[in-house]
Ligand binder design. Structure first.
Ligand code: NAP
Ligand code: MG
Length: 402
């Protein structure tokens, strides 16, 4: 078989620790034997980020704006421990935060469902897709540590010089402060991305905030969604026989647990961060959660929803065998290749990515899986494999499908 040719490069963003190991294995075993892989490579591994003063992260996001599609490996978000471990110049910001701030948009996270693994929530029979707003709030905040008594104020200076002040709190001792923001423009594109996605997959859209407590901030989100829905989407939703449903975030959580799934759940940035981990874990494993950022201009960044699996990496460094699940990282690649194929009109690339996804799901359904899934699966005659074996088992099935 001739290798599949690509026209436009995919923006490839390498990462850290165990996922960096998996990244290379996926390319070696499942991609490069079949595709003349054309990528523009950015090394987002922490060492190189530090070396370039994080410029490489900014460059990679701009490359996505240039080419349209990127695929990203999990990366370390440094904390104090990491600054020491990697001897960093400074505690660099979260690469995901930086990239999302440049691209804007919404992150859609959906679980990969296999018949052999039952969700912890027994009523969930259909996937729940979390749509996470990827701009602002606590991820772009300004924080201040109050060391003693004093008055904290919220001050806004308009372009014309007019000043508005609100007292936040009169401190009589130490405490903490946080200032955060969002933009109507970003919320509007979040809303449209969610309405479009729901129409695409023909599923209801749920949205929830805490507008009863946050009467300006969260209420703005609620109002913008409702306004855009009424003006632009109501009739389309009715024609598709799907619903837009708004409720309070605590009510939403209760309803989600009692539901049977099968809808898109739009969440503000922080809610989406937390809820996607909960939903992913309840569906089985963080390693079975796919994630794609869709920008308002129609740029795509595919990634895994989990982190760099640090514990497994340290085992790997000690020469011990690992059994790390590569499904989410693999689906980041297939999602990106498929999107590239669709955009460039390369049908073979789309077909290949489809078959690779099928082969990987089939591998698990036939009982071949990594440790994380083996603990959950009800299949008899399970075969627990190591990180590399799992990819080779997928390849065996891929060869047959091709
Ligand atoms: P993590 O990498 O998501 O892993 C947490 C635990 O979940 C693992 O220890 C493992 O459990 C299990 N797990 C996650 N992915 C797995 C996989 N593919 N296969 C098998 N098990 C898996 O989170 P972390 O260890 O707390 O964070 C490590 C680093 O990742 C941090 O530096 C953080 O900044 C970064 N991070 C990056 C991203 C991103 O780039 N998108 C997202 C989150 C975190 P067991 O150890 O019990 O086997
Ligand atoms: Mg998270």
């Amino acid at each position: 078989m001739d290798k599949i040719k690509m026209k436009v490069p995919l923006v490839e963003m390498d990462g850290d620790e165990m996922t960096r190991i998996i990244w290379k294995l996926i390319k070696d075993i499942l991609l490069e034997p079949y595709i003349d892989l054309k990528t523009e490579y950015y090394d987002l591994g922490l060492e190189y980020r530090d070396k370039t003063n994080d410029q490489v992260t900014v460059d990679s996001a701009n490359a996505i704006k240039k080419y349209g599609v990127g695929v990203k490996c999990a990366t370390i978000t440094p904390n104090a421990d990491r600054v020491k471990e990697y001897n960093l110049k400074q505690m660099w910001k979260s690469p995901n935060g930086t990239i999302r701030a440049i691209l804007d948009g919404t992150v859609f996270r959906a679980p990969l469902i296999v018949s052999s693994i039952k969700p912890f929530v027994s009523t969930w029979v259909k996937p729940i897709t979390i749509a996470r707003h990827a701009y602002g709030d606590v991820y772009r905040d300004v924080e201040y540590r109050v060391e003693g008594a004093g008055k904290a104020e919220l001050v806004f200076t308009a372009e014309n010089g007019e000043v508005t002040k609100h007292t936040i709190h009169n401190f009589d001792g130490a405490g903490v402060l946080l200032g955060m923001h969002n933009l109507d423009k970003s919320i509007e594109s979040f809303a449209r991305a969610c309405f479009n996605y729901a129409l695409d997959v023909k599923q209801d859209l749920w949205f929830a905030t805490k507008d009863t407590i946050s009467k300006k901030y969260d209420h703005t989100f609620k109002d913008i969604f409702q306004d855009i829905y009424d003006k632009e989407y109501k009739s389309k939703f009715e024609a598709a026989n799907i619903e837009y449903f708004y409720t309070l975030i605590d009510d939403a959580v209760a309803r989600v647990i009692r539901s049977e799934g099968g809808y898109v759940w739009a969440c503000k940035n922080y809610d989406g961060d937390v809820m996607s981990d909960m939903v992913a874990t309840a569906f089985g494993s963080l390693a079975m959660m796919t994630s794609v950022l869709v920008s308002p201009e129609g740029y795509y960044e595919f990634e895994a929803a989990h982190g760099t699996v640090q514990r497994h990496y340290y085992q790997h460094l000690k020469g011990q065998e690992t059994s790390t699940n590569s499904m989410a990282t693999l689906f980041a690649w297939t999602g990106a290749l498929k999107k590239r194929g669709e955009m460039d009109g390369i049908k073979e690339l789309v077909d290949f990515a489809d078959k690779l996804e099928k082969a990987s799901l089939l591998t698990i359904e036939e009982g071949v899986m990594t440790k994380d899934l083996a603990q959950l699966s009800e299949v008899k005659n399970k075969k627990v494999v190591n990180t590399e074996q799992f990819l080779k088992e997928i390849n065996d099935r891929l060869v047959k499908l091709l």
